[in-house]
Design a protein around this ligand. Structure first.
Ligand SMILES: [Zn+2]
Length: 89
């Protein structure tokens, strides 16, 4: 039994983390008309976790990540193909 995998990889094979967005809820101090004064609580709760529809950018090189998914994913061969593709251009 092989596990279904869904993940981002860096096309430069950095194997590093990624930057992407999450939607969070903040508590603000506002004036009587509701205009922003200052942030009272930075992170009240996470309203939307990062998802695979976002753009994910490699922390190490800044390249946009590539989403791979499926079973029996051979990451090393994917990196190899990416490297070969680059040498042709
Ligand atoms: Zn990278």
């Amino acid at each position: 039994m092989s596990e279904y995998i869904k993940k981002f990889i860096c096309p430069n094979a950095c194997k590093a983390n990624f930057y992407t967005t999450a939607h969070i809820m903040q508590e603000w101090e506002v004036d009587a008309e509701g205009d922003f004064v200052k942030v009272a609580i930075d992170l009240l709760q996470v309203s939307h976790e990062p998802d695979f529809d976002n753009i994910w950018v490699c922390v190490n090189c800044g390249e946009q990540g590539i989403l791979i998914e499926g079973t029996n994913i051979d990451e090393e061969s994917i990196y190899k193909k990416l490297a070969e593709g680059k040498s042709c251009t």
